[in-house]
Ligand binder design. Sequence first.
Ligand code: FES
Length: 187
Amino acid sequence: MVDKPSKQAYGLSAPSMHSLLNEFPLNQAESREVIDKILQSYKDMPGGLMVILNEIQSQIGYISQPIQEYVALVLNEPVSTITGVVSFYSFFTTKPRGDHTIKFCMGTACYVGGTPQLLQKAHQLLEIEPGETSPDNRITLEVCRCVGSCSQAPVVVVDEQLYGRLRPSKIPPLIRSIMKTYEGPQE
Ligand code: FES
């Protein structure tokens, strides 16, 4: 069990801290405990911000605006610093991801090679935009920068698996296969 963070120790204003602690997921004891433990462990480490954000992303699953503000307060940094880092790196998300993530590479080779058409097809099927998760929490669509496989453009990355030279007609079976995986072993 992690001690309740001391506003005095962090030099925080009580109203700021109080309102943040009422925001989800900071108002959930379990999440707060995880976040506080991470902050306590790394807040004094040089360059600890990236470690903190990485740990929060992997343990909580996302770094929402309230979490960013909380981290900023505890580290005594401007919120813009935290937001800048979170928005720069595509592996950070501000919302929970679905069980599976489909990333569409928007690097130049992939963009020219047809990523917008692939994305459009996925959008038609799932009715969600990049950055959104399907209502059943199965699939999150994202765009990303070059993943270093330009010779296979256009590239899509499903979880950790890379698919190259895709055409829009390949998107429906790809999504079906993801759904099948999600539903577990078939009879
Ligand atoms: S531009 Fe997509 S892999 Fe390089």
